[in-house]
Design a protein around this ligand. Structure first.
Ligand SMILES: Cc1ncc(COP(=O)(O)O)c(C=O)c1O
Length: 453
C-alpha cells in the first residue's frame, strides 16, 4: 500500500497534508517573523487553531497527537477546563503588578508543599534563562565566589549570563562568555565523552570534574549546575549515582549543588523532581515549563538561609517586572491543582513505562534505532546510521521522519537524530500507543526509503 493510499486502519487514519489555511497563514507570518523560530514549529509549516488535552487541531481541521507539549511546557495538556476557568477568572479581576494576591499566596503555599525538604523559598520569573541567571546570582551572593561548573550537552537558556554554560556548538560565534564558567563531560553513557563504559568506568566523568576544578579554575566555585536528565541534548538519562557523586564534588569544594529542573520538575520524569531519582536535594533548584502549564512562569527555589544572603535579598534585587504576576500565579496554581488532583506524576510514571517498552520494541525492530531511554514522560531515542559506530543518522533523513509522522497525525521531535518524546502529562495509554504506532510506521517507511531497514 503506498503512502498516498493508506490502509483505512493505518495508524493515524487518513494522511494529512499542509492545507490551504495553514499555507496562507504561515506565509503571512513568515513575511514578518524573524528567522530562528523553534524547529518543531518551523519545520511543520502548520498554523494551529486549537488544542484539547494531548491533541492539536490545525487551521484546516487536521488532528495531531502532541508528543512535544511545547517542549515539556504542556504538563496539563491543552485547554484543561480547570486551567481555562482559573485564567478567565483572573483576567477579569487583576492582571498585573507585584502586590501580594490571595492567589499568589496559595500558589506559593502549594509549591512549597511539593519542593524537596528545606527548599521553601521561591522567587518567580517569566522565563527559564532569567530564573537560572537569578539562581547563579544567588549562588554568588551566598558563597562569595564567582565560578560555575556546567556540563557538556547542558542547556540553561540563551541569555548572556548562561550561554557560556551551554554545552554544545550552539554557542559558536556568540562569545565572549562570562568568565569563570567551566564545562565538564556529562554522564552520556551511550556516547561516553571519555570513551569508557559504565559501570566499569566507576563514574570517571565525575572524577574528571575534580580535575577540571583543579586544573582549569581559580578554585572559586560558587555552584555546580546540572540537569537531572539532559533535555535539549536528547533526554539523556545519566546512570544511578551520577547526581549523588556530583553533589559530593560540590560539597568537597564548598560549592552549591544547583539542579536545573526546568524540564524535569513537576512530575515530568514520573517523580515530582528529577533529582529524586538519585535521592539528592539540591541547594538551589530552578523550575519552569510544566509549572505554568503554558503560561510563561519560571522560578528559583532555595532555602531560608541561602535566600537571606545579600545583595540577593535586598528589596527589588531578586525580582522582575512580570515574575509571579497575577495571571502567572493563577496559571501556576491551576496547573499544580490539576497535577495533584489527577495524579499526573503517577500517570507520567505509568504511561512513561509503557512508552519505554514500546520504544524498546522499536529498537528490536529497526537497526537504525541505536538506543532508547527515559524516565516517566521524558523519553529519548538515538537514530544511527550504523549501530556499531553509533554515528548519528543524517539530519535530512530525520527531517523526513518528522514529515511522515505529521502526515500520519503525530507531532514529535523526530527532526533530529536524537529524538525527544515528551507528551503532556495527561496523555492516556491509548493515545500513547497510537502515537508510538504512528512513529513505528513512519520509521519503517523512511528507513526503507533509504535502505536502512
Ligand atoms: C534545563 C533548561 N533550563 C533552562 C531553559 C531556558 O528556559 P527558557 O527557554 O524559558 O529561557 C531550558 C529551555 O529549554 C531548559 O531546558
Amino acid at each position: 500500500m503506498s503512502a498516498a493510499s493508506p490502509a483505512p486502519d493505518a495508524p493515524g487514519g487518513p494522511r494529512r497534508e499542509v492545507g490551504p489555511r495553514s499555507r496562507e497563514i504561515v506565509a503571512r507570518e513568515q513575511r514578518h517573523i524573524a528567522p530562528g523560530f523553534q524547529s518543531f514549529a518551523l519545520y511543520a509549516g502548520l498554523a494551529m487553531a486549537r488544542g484539547q488535552g494531548s491533541t492539536l487541531v490545525d487551521e484546516d481541521g487536521n488532528e495531531y497527537l502532541d508528543f512535544v507539549a511545547g517542549i515539556t511546557i504542556g504538563s496539563v495538556g491543552h485547554c484543561h477546563p480547570h486551567y481555562v476557568e482559573a485564567l478567565k477568572r483572573q483576567v477579569e479581576t487583576l492582571t498585573f503588578g507585584s502586590f501580594t494576591t490571595e492567589t499568589r499566596a496559595r500558589f506559593l503555599e502549594l509549591v512549597s508543599t511539593l519542593t524537596p525538604e528545606g527548599l521553601t523559598r521561591i522567587q518567580m520569573f517569566s522565563g527559564g534563562a532569567e530564573a537560572v541567571e537569578a539562581g547563579l546570582r544567588l549562588a554568588k551572593a551566598a558563597t562569595g565566589k564567582h565560578e560555575v561548573i556546567g556540563f557538556w550537552g547542558g542547556f540553561h537558556g540563551k541569555t548572556g549570563g548562561v550561554i557560556g554554560l551551554l554545552g554544545s556548538d550552539f554557542k559558536h560565534h556568540l562569545g565572549p562568555f562570562l568568565p569563570g564558567q567551566h564545562l565538564t563531560p556529562y554522564a552520556d553513557c551511550y556516547r561516553c565523552p571519555l570513551r569508557t563504559t559504565y559501570p566499569g568506568c566507576g563514574l570517571a566523568c565525575v572524577d574528571y570534574i575534580r580535575d577540571v576544578i583543579r586544573y582549569q579554575t581559580a578554585g572559586e566555585i560558587a555552584a555546580i549546575i546540572v540537569e537531572p536528565i539532559q533535555g535539549t541534548a536528547g533526554n539523556v538519562v545519566p546512570p544511578e549515582g551520577f547526581l549523588r557523586a556530583v553533589e559530593s564534588v560540590a560539597r568537597d569544594h564548598g560549592a552549591l549543588f544547583f539542579c536545573d529542573e526546568m524540564i524535569t520538575g513537576f512530575g515530568r520524569t514520573g517523580a515530582m523532581w528529577g533529582a529524586q531519582h538519585d535521592g539528592v536535594i539540591p541547594d538551589i533548584m530552578t523550575v519552569g515549563k510544566g509549572m505554568g502549564g503554558g503560561f510563561p512562569i519560571a522560578g528559583v527555589v532555595s532555602t531560608d538561609a541561602l535566600t537571606q544572603k545579600k545583595p540577593w535579598s535586598n528589596p527589588s534585587a531578586s525580582s522582575s517586572s512580570y515574575g509571579g504576576n497575577p495571571l502567572a500565579s493563577a496559571a501556576g496554581l491551576a496547573a499544580l491543582e490539576i497535577i495533584l488532583k489527577e495524579d499526573l506524576v503517577a500517570n507520567s510514571e505509568r504511561v512513561g513505562r509503557l512508552m519505554l517498552a514500546g520504544l524498546e520494541a522499536m529498537k528490536e525492530k529497526h537497526r537504525a534505532v541505536g538506543e532508547v531511554r527515559g524516565k516517566g514522560l521524558l523519553l529519548g531515542m538515538e537514530l544511527v546510521a550504523d549501530r556499531a559506530t553509533r554515528a548519528p543518522l543524517d539530519k535530512a533523513i530525520a527531517r523526513e521522519l518528522y514529515q511522515e509522522c505529521l502526515r500520519r497525525g503525530l507531532v514529535a521531535m523526530t527532526y533530529s537524530p536524537s529524538v525527544r518524546i515528551n507528551p503532556p502529562l495527561v496523555i492516556t495509554e491509548a493515545q500513547a500507543l497510537t502515537g508510538l504506532a504512528i512513529l513505528d510506521e513512519a520509521l519503517t517507511v523512511v528507513l526503507r526509503r533509504h535502505g536502512l531497514d
